[in-house]
Design a protein around this ligand. Structure first.
Ligand code: SF4
Length: 428
C-alpha cells in the first residue's frame, strides 16, 4: 500500500470515528459471513454486534472529510484546521475488497463530509457500494450514510447496494439544529427518512406480490434490507430527556427505524482556520455525558421491547432520567401501588414490568409455571435478578421483602458512583 493511500486511510478513518450509528443489527446481508473477530488494525475498524450476537468488524471511513458545512460539534467542520483528504471510488472499493479478502473486515460503514451538492456526494458513496457488489463480488455488509438533502431517486439507488442506510437526526430540535448546524435543516433530514420508508414500503409490497408470480420472477430484488437508523447527539444543547425520548418514539413509529443511537457530546478540537478559539455556540463540559447516554439507551429499550409509553418514563414534572437508577426501577418506585406482582399468575407484559425481570426471564417464568407453581428459589434459578426484583413480586403470595421504605430501597438499588455503566442493558 502506497504512502499516500496509507495517509488517506489514517485521515479518513480518524474523521469517521465519532459516528456511533454503525451497528449491524437486522442485516441478513449479501451473503454475510460469520467469524472474523479480533482484527488487529489500529484504526478505522469498528466492532458491531448482529441481532444474533455475532461480533462483526466494519471498515469505518469517510469518503471525504472536505465539508462545506460548519456544524459546531464536528471535527470536520469547514472552519476546522484539520488535514483534508478524499478517496476515489476505485481506491475505496479496492481497499474494502482487499481488507475483506484478508479477513480484516466483514463490511463497510461509509459516510462523507458534504463537499458538493448532496446528490453528488451520495452518488460517490453509492458508486463505491455498487462497484463493490458488481465488479468485486463483495458479499459483506454495507452501511451508507444518507446525506441530508439527497433526492428520492438517489436514495432508491443507494438502497439497491447497501444493507442499511441512515441519516443522522443530529440534534433534538430545529432550534438546536439552527444554532449548531445552521446549514442543515430538519426538513431535509426528515425528508430523507420519509423517502426511505416510502421506498421500503413499496419494496415490501412488491416482494409480497412476487410470491404470486411464476417461480424465478421477482418484482423487487433488494432495498436496504437492514432498514434505516439514525444518531442523535446528547448534551450539546439544552433539551431534556423527555424531549429526546418523545422524538425517538415518534421516529420509531413514523419511519420504522431499526435503531436510534445516542452519542454523548464530545467537544471537538478547538483549533480552527482562524486560530485557537472557543466556539461560543458549544457548552463547556467536563467530559461527555456518558451516564446520560446510557440511561437514554435503557429508556429506548423500554419503549421498543417492554412496551412502555414515553409519559410512563418521563413527565413534565420529571423530564430527566435518574442518573442513579435505571428507568424501569425509577418507574417501579414511583408506582408501588402497581406491585407486588404474583409471578404465578401475571401475564408476560406484566412480568416484564418487574425490575430485574427481562423478556428472557419472563418467558422462562411462563414456561416453568406450566408444570409447577414457582417459588422464590425457582425464580433465582430461572434467572431473575432478585437484588432488584425482591421488592416488587410475590411467589404464591410470599414476598422476599416488602417495599416498606421506598427511600431505603432507592438507596440500595442506586449505582453508588452514578455511573450505572455496569448495568446490563438487556434484562433490567
Ligand atoms: S455536515 Fe456537519 S457533521 Fe457532517 S461532516 Fe460536515 S460539518 Fe461534520
Amino acid at each position: 500500500m502506497g504512502q499516500e493511500l496509507h495517509e488517506k486511510i489514517s485521515v479518513l478513518s480518524g474523521a469517521a470515528k465519532y459516528d456511533a450509528s454503525c451497528a449491524t443489527s437486522g442485516s441478513s446481508g449479501f451473503n454475510n459471513k460469520a467469524g472474523n473477530m479480533g482484527t488487529t488494525l489500529p484504526s478505522g475498524v469498528c466492532h458491531s454486534w448482529t441481532q444474533d450476537g455475532r461480533c462483526v468488524s466494519l471498515l469505518k471511513v469517510l469518503y471525504s472529510n472536505v465539508c462545506k458545512y460548519d456544524c459546531a460539534y464536528c471535527v470536520n467542520r469547514a472552519s476546522a484546521d484539520v488535514k483534508r483528504s478524499s478517496f476515489t471510488v476505485k481506491e475505496l472499493a479496492e481497499l474494502t475488497s482487499e481488507f475483506y479478502r484478508r479477513n480484516y473486515i466483514e463490511g463497510l460503514f461509509l459516510s462523507s463530509g458534504i463537499f458538493a451538492d448532496p446528490d453528488i456526494v451520495m452518488e460517490k458513496l453509492t458508486e463505491t457500494a455498487k462497484t463493490l457488489r458488481t465488479e468485486m463480488g463483495f458479499g459483506g455488509y454495507i452501511h451508507l450514510k444518507l446525506i441530508p438533502g439527497t433526492g428520492e431517486k438517489m436514495i432508491r439507488e443507494a438502497g439497491k447496494w447497501a444493507d442499511r442506510l441512515s441519516v443522522n437526526i443530529e440534534l433534538p430540535t430545529e432550534k438546536s439544529l439552527l444554532s449548531l448546524a445552521p446549514e442543515k435543516s430538519k426538513k431535509d433530514i426528515i425528508g430523507a427518512m420519509n423517502d426511505f420508508s416510502n421506498v421500503r414500503c413499496e419494496t415490501e409490497e412488491a416482494q409480497y406480490k412476487s410470491k404470486f408470480l411464476p417461480q424465478g420472477k421477482t418484482l423487487s430484488p433488494w432495498f436496504a434490507p437492514a432498514g434505516q437508523s439514525t444518531q442523535l447527539i446528547v448534551g450539546a444543547t439544552g433539551e431534556d430527556d423527555r424531549q429526546i425520548i418523545n422524538l425517538t418514539s415518534s421516529l420509531y413509529n413514523k419511519f420504522f427505524l431499526k435503531r436510534v443511537y445516542y452519542s454523548a457530546f464530545v467537544h471537538p478540537g478547538q483549533r480552527s482556520t482562524a486560530g485557537n478559539y472557543i466556539d461560543p455556540r458549544l457548552p463547556v463540559t467536563a467530559g461527555p455525558p456518558l451516564v446520560r447516554e446510557h440511561r437514554l439507551y435503557q429508556a429506548d429499550w423500554l419503549l421498543r421491547f417492554y412496551h412502555f409509553k414515553v409519559n410512563e418514563i418521563l413527565t413534565d414534572e420529571h423530564p430527566f432520567l435518574d442518573m442513579h437508577l435505571d428507568p424501569k426501577t425509577m418507574w417501579a418506585l414511583n408506582k408501588l401501588d402497581f406491585f407486588p406482582i404474583e409471578v404465578n399468575r401475571a401475564d408476560y407484559e406484566t412480568l416484564m414490568r418487574i425490575p430485574g425481570i427481562g423478556a428472557k426471564t419472563a418467558r422462562r417464568i411462563i414456561e416453568n409455571r406450566r408444570s409447577r407453581s414457582l417459588t422464590i428459589e425457582n425464580l433465582h434459578r430461572i434467572g431473575a435478578t432478585l437484588k432488584r426484583a425482591r421488592y416488587f413480586l410475590t411467589a404464591n403470595g410470599n414476598y422476599i421483602e416488602k417495599p416498606d421504605d421506598p427511600v431505603r430501597i432507592r438507596r440500595l438499588l442506586s449505582d453508588t458512583d452514578g455511573a450505572g455503566l455496569q448495568l446490563p442493558l438487556f434484562e433490567f
